[in-house]
Design a protein around this ligand. Structure first.
Ligand code: DC
Length: 257
């Protein structure tokens, strides 16, 4: 199976690194966090209380989340386009109000059961090369431990919370928005705590994961480190940068689940 799992805390660089690894291997890139974010967005839209676990669980079970590769008109720095009922919610799911409740939503056992099932199905299809790609890079919190425990290469990315807050601040400013460092730091600490203390599928490295400390390394250095591991563990070949397409395909919860 050609599957690489990348887990780790919020803002540890998983998506940036995972996306580039996927491009160089001609693998599907699938950031599973967008699905938890889409459920959180939907419950805000429906004005459901995030602590109402029955109502939140039902929303997750009924929601059809569509994830697709960005078209050329949608190329605005996104790694995937996320839609619900035809509405493009790609950027809305990264808003502060979604950030504030998403960890609570992701701790809901029915939400996890439903989304893990859909994610596993996408991972198995693409990991076996049946989805038109050579494999899959899946990013999240529990991919190596719960969603695809049989993946032959598992990565766990780490960075101190202050460094992750600096990166998040930089990302937000690059989007032309204002943010407060202290507020980001507080939010990340809170999310780390909920993600790692929850009863179901808590954030933790799989026993056989390679742990990569990213402080002091460039994105390219970490990508290269993972590519070396992929070549030896999966027996795949990396495509040189110049030959990779301008954007890697992304998972579609609708048409590939
Ligand atoms: O990676 P992210 O910040 O977009 O994730 C959003 C939330 O979803 C975060 O609280 C962790 C949770 N999540 C999870 O519990 N399991 C995953 N596989 C992916 C994300």
């Amino acid at each position: 199976m050609n599957a690489i799992t990348i887990d780790g805390p919020a803002a540890s660089g998983k998506s940036t690194v995972g996306y580039q690894v996927a491009q160089q291997l001609n693998f599907l890139f699938f950031d599973t966090g967008v699905m938890y974010r889409a459920v959180a967005w939907a419950i805000l839209e429906e004005e459901i209380d995030s602590s109402d676990s029955d109502a939140v669980g039902s929303v997750a079970e009924e929601l059809s989340i569509e994830i697709s590769s960005p078209t050329s008109e949608q190329a605005d720095g996104r790694q995937a386009t996320v839609r619900i009922g035809g509405q493009d919610i790609t950027w809305a799911i990264h808003s502060r109000r979604v950030d504030r409740i998403v960890s609570v939503v992701a701790a809901n056992s029915r939400v996890r059961q439903e989304l893990s099932r859909q994610q596993r199905s996408i991972g198995m299809t693409h990991g076996s090369g049946e989805g038109g790609k050579a494999g899959v890079v899946m990013v999240g919190r529990d991919i190596g431990t719960v969603v695809l425990p049989e993946a032959p290469l598992k990565i766990y990315m780490l960075a101190p919370v202050e460094e992750r807050a600096r990166r998040r601040l930089r990302e937000i400013s690059l989007r032309g928005k204002e943010a407060d460092f202290a507020q980001i730091l507080t939010d990340l600490r809170r999310r780390d705590e909920i993600d790692s203390q929850r009863a179901v599928a808590p954030l933790r490295p799989a026993e056989d994961a390679y742990q990569i400390q990213t402080l002091g390394s460039s994105v390219q250095q970490i990508v290269d480190q993972i590519l070396v591991l992929a070549v030896s563990r999966l027996g795949v070949e990396a495509v040189p940068d110049s030959e990779t397409a301008s954007s890697a395909d992304s998972a579609s919860g609708a048409d590939q689940a």
